[in-house]
Design a protein around this ligand. Structure first.
Ligand code: 5GP
Ligand code: MN
Length: 343
């Protein structure tokens, strides 16, 4: 087991990875369930790179993802477990190498978990979340990195930088942009900006990518944002807000996957608010999906792990509740009472 953190320590990981990639592999790349721009961007760029190295590569997504990610180069070759379960099972059984990207506990790949566990393939984790699990044969885990896409950028840079292409550049730019809130979160370093500068030179057009990701809302998505904002509540005397969406409200705006992306951030755009939570009812899964965002010292990763069976990063995390929406709101308020001295 190898644990690699920070660029200066990549050498052993790179050496081991090069050795493995010296022979042709049957590769499966898995992003986390409900993949976001970073999970898909990093997976697609890595697929493109490994194919140039003559490996047999497929990306298997645990489930579908929002339309605003469906323009990404290579996206149409992604197999979705929810849509092609048989083909997915065969691909995982035959794989010699499985890369898990943008997550670090196997439960984050949903129903793929038992298949991945059973597979004899070597598993390699590339990820930037805190508290990595130990399922991988090799890991490149670095919570200081802005995104898994930035990690893939550094990897390709070390392995064979002449293989960068406009396709790879667009995917990695998208992943870094979406995970850094367009290069503004504290995880954005000078290294991130250098990576972005190189990706622009390699053919990523920042203006077009921003437009495709952020300016492609449907009318009903903005209506839903209106409802979310009108449900926003501040916890008395604390710099904390929560937003809610019931299944009925989602239905009234013909909710589609991805429509609520970014809504939780509006809480933080309020003057003085440093902790924002959104609770979204998902009737078919019988859960309330929760997202947490903070600014500064308060760790929503710890909060999500302690109270809502989740995790993530210091300032951005997620979790869930199996209670109904009203009970979940009460639980959230109770949890907030326990940590109110942090504010
Ligand atoms: P989001 O709120 O955008 O869904 O997720 C924010 C961050 O928390 C992402 O990095 C995501 O991977 C992580 N995250 C979201 N939901 C969960 C969860 O249920 N469990 C864990 N461990 N991480 C989560
Ligand atoms: Mn990420």
């Amino acid at each position: 087991m190898k644990i690699v953190s920070l660029l200066s320590m990549d050498k052993q990981f790179i050496t081991d990875l090069k050795l493995i990639l010296n022979s042709t592999q049957k590769v499966v790349i898995i992003p986390h369930k409900n993949p976001d721009g970073d999970a898909l961007g990093s997976a697609l760029a890595w697929m493109c790179f490994l194919r140039k190295k003559n490996h047999d590569v497929v990306i298997i997504s645990p489930n579908d993802y929002p339309d605003f990610l469906k323009w990404l180069p290579g996206e149409n070759s992604i197999l979705k477990h929810t849509i092609h379960p048989k083909e997915v099972r065969v691909k995982i059984e035959q794989a010699t190498l499985i890369f898990t990207l943008d997550f670090n506990i196997l439960s984050r790949c949903g129903d793929l978990e038992p298949l991945v566990k059973k597979s004899c393939a070597h598993k390699i984790m590339i990820d930037h979340h805190e508290n990595p699990d130990s399922y991988a044969f090799l890991k490149y885990s670095d919570p200081k990195m802005s995104s898994t896409s930035e990690m893939i950028y550094h990897l390709i840079n070390s392995l064979d930088k002449k293989l960068f292409s406009p396709e790879i550049a667009k995917c990695l730019y998208t992943g870094i942009m979406t995970d850094t809130g367009s290069f503004r979160y504290p995880s954005t370093t000078s290294l991130t900006h250098r990576a972005i500068a190189n990706l622009v030179e390699e053919g990523a057009d920042g203006d077009q990518i921003h437009q495709k990701i952020y300016d492609s809302s449907s009318f009903s998505r903005l209506k839903l944002l209106g409802i979310t904002l009108s449900n926003m509540t501040q916890i008395k005397d604390l710099p904390i807000v929560y937003l809610t969406l019931s299944q009925e409200e989602l239905n009234s705006c013909s909710y589609k996957k991805g429509d609520t992306e970014g809504f939780v951030n509006y809480g933080l755009s309020l003057d003085g608010i440093t902790f924002s939570c959104i609770m979204i009812e998902n009737e078919s899964n019988g859960i309330i999906k929760m997202s947490f965002r903070s600014q500064g010292d308060f760790s929503v990763n710890d909060f999500a792990r302690t109270y809502f069976n989740g995790g993530g990063h210091h300032n951005a995390a997620g979790g869930m509740s199996k209670l109904n929406l009203q009970e979940t709101i009460l639980n959230f308020k109770k949890a907030v009472k326990e940590i109110e001295n942090n504010f």
